[in-house]
Write a protein that binds this ligand. Structure first.
Ligand code: ADP
Ligand code: MG
Length: 697
């Protein structure tokens, strides 16, 4: 199905010259595609900056921390004494000052050849201040006059992982660009305006920039690709919408019998916002059109109950509902919340994750097929091929930003004219709703359930960790329960992130067996056991990675400590904080940061102290990103986008949306020449699942 012109782009990175099995490993880590990176993945690894060799600051003027190119005179060599592990040092200077070059584990002969005393050399690298002295560890390049003349004057700089240098990425990129042939143009020729820069040329302009701006999100090439990506996303959404309209809905009519019993079983009454959302959903479900609705609500706003009541409506009509969660922990937790209520109402509920195997699984699948199960809760295991429903009417996707159009479609395809309800973990700003959800109908839960106590949020320097542990001890003795969040340690990255396990061991020395641990690498059953122990109060301090980020609900927990808070995004911090403040006890959130704090990180932590309103924080988040995208796209929290930065390319979104609407109206099956080119576009940006919605052609 994939257009042949794309073959070079989708060929394995391992096939590129110069990438052997040894290099493949770090590249796989860099590009984050475990099943084997492709040439296209590398091409979409966009620069994080540039070196501009035309500008050569003097040593004294070179800004520390930035990659610079210097012209220096080589001075004295200071090799380490024999047998010492000290680095090899070389003094260099220009008219403005001195700089020490530092080589760890250096081959002496190599350094001597590289930097002959008395000669002039050009070097690039990053200057760091060390005890007030300027030094540069392992310059990226050291060349003589002839070598310098051969270097490009502007070069991109890439984010790296251990085992890769800039040179490796640049060389591989050169090979990838050589493969990346021209593609049929999918953009419109541009009325009267100049023709758009071709796709392949845009990639080249970014990776082999003539000017530094070419390698930035503001450059013409990057903007072209961003527009492409937004267009692909909008076309996919428009196709989903169109196929929804085409497949006429099957109205489900509830008689109120089960929902009434559920309401009676609830220990609270619904908020006004919950009632409003539910009414809209009931209307959609009962109408002849298919529902495609987004339920936006802040952390703890009570989306689960709305989901359950919605499911009950279709069950009243004799049909089935599925609730899909992004993780197994969450699926189990939904089951735990829902099971007692469901039992009270006489609803038959089951759980299906990757863990149900063998006979249990067979029985479950049978019950789903026969209609003996009303509501199934699960993970992505729900849309495996072997799963068939008797009559699926409603698919609820607890999206938590992790699923995409792909999963929504896959689940919806398990029934006939399935109504779809998507729930987000935290609110996302309106512009982004468009980007990710297209023109879905939106319900918002802006009102929080009554009886919530505000969370006191404080920022503390990690230098005060001793005090934090001491106070935590006092709180635990009072019977309180706390989370301690450690940032994820990236596999095999030698990073200084506090590893959850090390922290767990250390806290255990203070608090003994009351400390539990849960992280993403644990087996399912171990995770459950850890969560259950914490929920029951057997453990009182739960050291965790961000696996608890979404949705986990232990109302007795009232303290949240987040280590390295400066490394998390705003939405994520808000989400984590939302794990507390769920019960009647006043809660505290400690944002522990490692100083010095950058401007953006400072503003982020401040915003959290200022407000608990997820809708407000979402807008702040977007603003902060716009002002300094300190995080790369990958970490930015808007998965699914590799090139476009919603905060920087927002202006392109409206145009992309309008164009997608025109395209789908004029050529709904993408069969014209341009339509064929657009199919290629959908593959390039991994929106090709939308192609399956197209008719023949
Ligand atoms: P969300 O998924 O939106 O973050 P949940 O659905 O997990 O929130 O609800 C958070 C908590 O609030 C749960 O313990 C739930 O039982 C409770 N809750 C939901 N609705 C109400 C309400 N109307 N009044 C009081 N508590 C509620
Ligand atoms: Mg939830």
């Amino acid at each position: 199905m994939r257009p042949e012109c794309l073959n070079p782009y989708f060929s394995a990175l391992a096939d590129l010259s110069g990438i052997g099995p040894k290099m493949l490993r770090p590249f796989t880590r860099l590009l984050g595609r475990q099943e084997g990176p492709r040439v296209l993945d590398l091409l979409f690894h966009l620069p994080s900056g540039t070196v501009d060799r035309r500008k050569r600051p003097l040593i004294a003027e070179a800004p520390p921390g930035e990659t610079v190119t210097l012209e220096v005179k080589v001075g004295q060599h200071r090799p380490p004494p024999a047998g010492s592990r000290a680095p090899y040092r070389v003094q260099v200077h220009d008219d403005s000052g001195d700089l020490t070059l530092v080589f760890f584990k250096a081959d002496r002969g190599y350094v001597e050849r590289l930097l002959p005393p008395g000669e002039t050399r050009w070097l690039s690298g990053r200057i760091e201040l060390y005890d007030g002295m300027r030094q540069m560890a392992h310059p990226e390049r050291v060349v003589d006059a002839a070598g310098f003349a051969r270097l490009p004057s502007v070069e991109p700089v890439y984010a790296l992982v251990e085992g890769l240098g800039q040179g490796h990425v640049r060389r591989a990129m050169g090979a990838a660009l050589a493969l990346a042939g021209p593609l049929p143009e999918w953009q419109s020729p541009g009325r009267n305006g100049p023709a758009p820069m071709p796709f392949a040329a845009a990639l080249t302009s970014i990776h082999q920039p003539a000017e530094p701006i070419d390698a930035t999100p503001g450059g013409a090439g990057w903007r072209r690709l961003a527009y492409d990506e937004l267009l692909a996303g909008q076309i996919a959404l428009a196709l989903v919408r169109a196929s929804n309209v085409r497949g006429v809905g099957r109205p489900s009519h509830g008689d109120g019998r089960l929902t009434a019993r559920l309401r009676a079983a609830l220990p609270f009454s619904l908020t006004g916002a919950q009632e409003t959302a539910l009414a809209a959903i009931a209307r959609d479900i009962g109408s002849g059109d298919r529902m495609l609705r987004l339920l936006q609500g802040d952390v703890g706003s009570g989306k689960t109950v709305v989901a359950l009541l919605s499911a009950a409506i279709v069950v009243e009509g004799g049909r089935q509902a599925a609730l899909m969660a992004p993780t197994e922990i969450l699926a189990r937790q939904h089951l735990k919340t829902i099971a007692p209520l469901a039992a009270a109402a006489g609803l038959r509920v089951a759980l299906l994750t990757g863990r149900e195997k063998g006979r249990v699984r067979e029985e479950l699948l049978g019950a789903l097929r026969s209609g003996a199960i009303d509501i199934v809760i699960g993970t992505h295991a729900l849309f495996q091929e072997s799963v068939d429903f008797h009559d699926l009417a409603l698919a609820i996707v607890d999206e938590q930003h992790r699923f995409g159009v792909h999963q929504r479609l896959a689940l919806a395809s398990k029934g006939e004219a399935v109504d779809v309800l998507v729930m987000t973990a935290t609110p996302i700003p309106r512009t982004l709703v468009l980007t990710f959800f297209g023109d879905m109908d939106v319900s918002e839960l802006r009102e929080k359930p009554a009886g919530r106590t505000p969370i006191e949020t404080r920022a503390v320097s990690s230098e005060r960790i001793g005090e934090v542990v001491e106070r935590l001890g006092a709180a635990l003795r009072e019977g309180r329960r706390a989370y301690w969040i450690c940032p994820l340690v990236e596999e095999s990255e030698s990073s200084d992130l506090a590893a959850a396990e090390a922290r767990h061991d250390e806290l255990k020395q203070h608090f003994g067996d009351r400390v539990g641990l849960v992280h993403g690498k644990m087996k399912g059953a171990e995770k459950d056991a850890a969560m259950a122990a914490f929920a029951s109060g057997q453990t009182r301090l739960l050291v965790a990675t961000t696996v608890v980020e979404v949705g986990v609900d232990v109302p007795e927990a009232s303290i949240m400590v987040i280590e390295h808070a400066e490394r998390f995004g705003l939405a994520q911090l808000h989400q984590l904080r939302g794990r507390v403040g769920r019960g009647s006890v006043a809660s505290t959130c400690l944002l522990m940061y490692r100083p010095p704090l950058g401007e953006v990180a400072k503003a982020r932590l401040q915003a959290l102290r200022d407000s608990e309103d997820g809708f407000y924080l979402a807008e702040q988040d977007l603003k902060l990103r716009g002002e300094g995208d300190v995080l790369g796209t990958r970490q930015s929290g808007f998965p699914g986008f590799r090139v476009a930065r919603p905060e920087l390319h927002g202006d392109l979104l409206e145009a992309a949306r309008a164009e997608a609407a025109r395209i789908v109206a004029a050529d709904p099956d993408l069969v014209t020449a341009r339509g064929q080119a657009l199919r290629a576009l959908l593959y390039v940006f991994e929106r090709d699942v939308a192609v399956t919605l197209l008719g023949a052609g």
